[in-house]
Design a protein around this ligand. Structure first.
Ligand SMILES: C[S@@+](CC[C@H](N)C(=O)[O-])C[C@H]1O[C@@H](n2cnc3c(N)ncnc32)[C@H](O)[C@@H]1O
Length: 252
């Protein structure tokens, strides 16, 4: 499927015809087969056993569409090792797939402050995280992230201390998170914002069929992407991994 929700199909006379499909495709690549190839060739064969187990448990959850994809989990795990991250934060845990990818990448004395409004989903994945021997790195806080961030910001000691922050929660608040996170991440540190290509809807025509939640958050994501692009405090890189992840490196 093309990025804008338009699919090219061949008619009987060989002509290319376009038709619009619902925006909400899981992968942003040009075909399912290509995405499947990536998963089967380089992701699933190298996926750590606990992540595989958590992915399979999460697949049975009625909201399984929310989970971070396996290729993105692999990317996060590699990235955290590359930057030698030790102190990290995650906003939006769900059952913990990206959290586990992070926890497995950090050194034994690494720390992750993880926040989610829903503890029940986190507890679904927790036994697997414990079995993997990395639960001691995680401090889970239940509740909306914003007041927790405000509390942290109020104490100057927290400023500029995080090596890496991953945001995968309420898209209508990303801009507000960014205002706070930019002070909490260290200069040279990274913030990763997930879903910045928002199911491809960022380039969909206004009349394209779209799931309600995709349509609702679309304008917030568009505004957010513009704001990041204009922010002189960061360098950015938007990657078409998963549903789009924008990496921001704080430079001042
Ligand atoms: C897309 S899921 C996160 C997926 C997760 N990163 C994973 O690997 O499976 C989004 C999560 O954000 C949480 N969330 C929504 N609003 C929130 C808020 N205001 N503060 C903290 N978490 C929130 C939801 O409860 C949900 O678990």
């Amino acid at each position: 499927m093309a990025l804008n929700g338009e699919t090219k199909t061949e008619s009987t006379n060989g002509e290319q015809v376009s038709r619009h499909q619902e925006v909400g495709h899981k992968s942003l690549l040009q075909s399912d087969a290509l995405y499947q190839y990536i998963l089967e060739t380089s992701v699933y064969p190298r996926e750590p056993e606990p992540m595989k187990e958590l992915r399979e448990v999460t697949a049975k959850h009625p909201w399984n569409i929310m989970t971070t994809s396996a290729d993105e989990g692999q990317f996060l795990n590699m990235l955290l090792k590359l930057v030698n991250a030790k102190k990290t934060m995650e906003i939006g845990v769900f059952t913990g797939y990206s959290l586990l990818a992070t926890a497995l990448a950090l050194p034994d004395d690494g720390k992750i402050l993880a926040m989610d409004i829903n503890r029940e989903n986190y507890e679904m994945g927790l036994p697997i995280i414990e079995k993997a021997g990395v639960a001691h790195k995680i401090e889970f806080k239940e509740g909306p992230a914003m007041p927790i961030l405000d509390q942290m910001i109020a104490d100057e000691k927290n400023h500029g201390t995080f090596d890496f922050i991953f945001v995968d929660a309420d898209k209508d608040n990303y801009i507000n998170y960014h205002k706070r996170l930019i002070d909490l991440v260290k200069v040279g540190g990274l913030i990763g914002y997930d879903n910045t290509l928002w199911n491809g809807s960022v380039v969909a025509p206004p009349d394209a069929p779209m799931r309600k939640y995709v349509r609702y958050y679309k304008d917030f994501v568009l505004e957010f992407n513009k704001a990041l692009s204009a922010d002189p405090r960061i360098e950015i890189c938007m990657l078409p991994v998963g549903d789009g992840i924008t990496l921001c490196r704080r430079i001042k």
